[in-house]
Design a protein around this ligand. Structure first.
Ligand code: DGJ
Length: 584
């Protein structure tokens, strides 16, 4: 059912009357149908809407403005009670919380969901949605959250063997017994969720946590060695053949070519005797294991399921990071071997956020960041992910330790902030809560983009709505020096010559890309906000607000008017801009 807000927004944003009429009629029919049938809203699911794949919650697209609690927070109900108020003050709408195999099946075959029910009760009381993280066989690649009866029985539940053959604290993905036991516990958990969550508090499930090898490029136990010497699966061989001529060359095809592009053979025969080939071998096995668990859970309650990965540094060697996980280099293998996993997500706390986010966002892989930064740069990350990569949402890791919202890495014993409401993340999520319906519409329409700027990349330009949109770090107009080291902005084409701009510390100018007068000036520039999807104008901006450069002759020679939209430093703000055009 289209919300009133979405109807209002479509009207105000200058959409063609016909498009608005269709939207209004659709909304009316949907309301009638739902009213008549009282059909329960579909469970949370992913849906392709125009240019984007979006998370649909209670029949409406939803952006997760989230935070992930530290690993064991949910094992302590009394502690959890102290956390909920913080999440409210930080303007979250979704919380990522662990549920551990060890917590729900401490004895084989005996299940206890008290902690799960406590999380659901707290979330509902505090108007939060939940994404559960299933800590089953692996958490950061190791098996510490498996129950003791599993960890003790190393004969029934084989371990990974590395180097000279030493067993490590890691269940082997080649252990069928481990996979079956993990699957049974997971299915019991999903069955319980289905029985207690008719309100759809739970949106998605993360399956395991940052799976992958440690200390070696592959598992070297007996079952693994047998699989390594066996034939590469036909599905993967067929995919290699079908992608022989793809450009850029996918990593698995590059390895296959380097090893002679054989039509079949063992893993080393097909991919070569290199660590990257071992990583593909492990990726296939981890993917088949997680696919088995995901598929079993979906037969009961088909919530979207995702994985999270450490993103390997370019110079890292498999085994130095949890290798075999979904990475840009192994994502194709995961998509073939784990079709029941809906999305493979990057944890991004280091490296080039823009480049990593873009490398995970593919037509077959919507973007969600389960573990991101919560300091000021994290807000730029969210805006970029939502505006440029149509992300389903963003989650700050370890958010119950609010020190992470003022420093990264968090220093043990540092004094937590008290004024949570004015932290960059709280202000960023507050702005995004009111922008969400509009962003979702523009993600679907493909009329949105975003710039992520810093000293290394002080400006960016993209085409949108018939204009070249130039976004740069905010400057002083008297000496044209950059006033800031970081800036970000979402730009949405709202109608003919009309844009919404939301962000901080940037200035935006426009150059027409359609026939007609060469210069675009500001006819209207107003600050404002969205209330339930409906634009509410505040200040009418002009003069010092919009003049970016008084060297008007120089600007005219560049087909520029000297004015533009300027977004300040205080916190994300939003402007509506209507352009007019003239010839210089
Ligand atoms: C990433 C993991 O997914 C989290 O569970 C936690 O271990 C963090 N790293 C710690 O930085």
């Amino acid at each position: 059912m289209l919300r009133k807000a979405e109807l209002h927004y479509n009207w105000r944003a200058g959409r063609t009357p016909m498009k608005h009429a269709i939207i209004a009629l659709t909304g009316l029919l949907t309301v009638t149908a739902a009213g008549a049938a009282d059909a329960p809203a579909a469970i949370p699911h992913l849906e392709s809407r125009g240019h984007a794949k979006q998370l649909i919650v209670d029949g409406r697209p939803w952006i997760m403005l989230a935070g992930e609690l530290n690993n064991t927070a949910a094992s302590d109900p009394a502690y959890l009670e102290t956390v909920w108020p913080k999440l409210t003050r930080l303007n979250l709408n979704t919380v990522l919380v662990a549920v551990a195999w060890d917590w729900i099946e401490p004895e084989e075959g005996k299940f206890d969901f008290a902690l799960v029910d406590g999380v659901l009760a707290g979330a509902r009381k505090n108007n939060q949605r939940v994404v559960f993280l299933w800590f089953g066989s692996w958490k950061n690649g190791v098996s510490t959250f498996a129950p003791t009866w599993v960890k003790e029985d190393t004969r029934r539940f084989a371990r990974v063997r590395v180097g000279s053959g030493l067993a490590i604290e890691m269940l082997s993905p080649f252990s069928d017994a481990a996979m079956q036991a993990d699957t049974r516990a997971y299915v019991k958990f999903i069955e319980h969720l289905k029985s207690v969550d008719s309100r759809h508090t739970v949106l998605m499930i993360q399956l395991e946590n940052e799976v992958g090898m440690n200390s070696d490029s592959r598992d070297r136990n007996e079952a693994a060695d047998r699989a390594f010497a066996a034939g590469v699966p036909r599905e993967l061989l067929d995919w290699l053949q079908a992608h022989k001529g793809t450009t850029p060359t996918p990593d698995p095809v590059r390895l296959w070519n380097a090893a002679g592009a054989r039509p079949s053979g063992s893993w080393p025969e097909v991919f070569g005797r290199v660590p990257a080939a071992d990583e593909l071998f492990m990726a296939w096995q981890y993917a088949r294991y997680l696919d088995h668990i995901a598929a079993a859970g979906k037969t009961v309650y088909p919530l979207p399921v995702f994985t999270n990965s450490v993103v390997a540094r370019p110079d890292a060697v498999p085994g130095e990071y949890p290798s075999g996980a979904p990475e840009p280099s192994t994502l194709d293998v995961w998509k073939i071997a784990a079709p029941a996993v809906d999305l493979n997500c990057p944890d991004i706390s280091a490296g080039n956020f823009e480049q990593i986010a873009a490398s995970f966002h593919r037509p077959d892989n919507p973007l969600f960041i389960p573990e991101g930064l919560g300091i000021a740069v994290g807000v730029a990350n969210v805006f970029y992910a939502l505006g440029a990569q149509s992300a389903l949402g963003y989650s700050v890791f370890g958010i119950d330790n609010t020190v992470r919202l003022i420093m990264f890495p968090p220093v043990m014993g540092a004094t937590p902030p008290t004024d949570l409401d004015n932290l960059p993340l709280a202000r960023g999520y507050a702005a995004l809560r009111q922008l969400a319906p509009v962003i979702l519409e523009h993600q679907a329409d493909g009329t949105i983009n975003a710039a992520w700027l810093n000293a290394a990349k002080p400006s960016q330009e993209f085409e949108l709505g018939g204009y070249a949109i130039h976004v740069e770090l905010r400057r002083t107009f008297w000496d044209q020096k950059f006033q800031t080291e970081q800036g970000y902005g979402i730009v949405m084409a709202a109608g003919p010559d009309e844009f919404y701009i939301a962000g901080a510390d940037v200035q935006v100018t426009f150059k027409p890309r359609t026939p007609g007068p060469a210069v675009a000036g500001l006819a209207i520039d107003e600050a404002g906000h969205f209330n339930d999807g409906h634009w509410v104008a505040e200040r009418r901006l002009n003069g010092d607000d919009i003049m970016l450069n008084y060297r008007l002759l120089q600007q005219a020679a560049l087909n520029q008017s000297g004015s533009g939209a300027r977004l300040g430093p205080e916190s994300p703000t939003t402007q509506r801009v209507k352009l007019y055009r003239y010839d210089p």
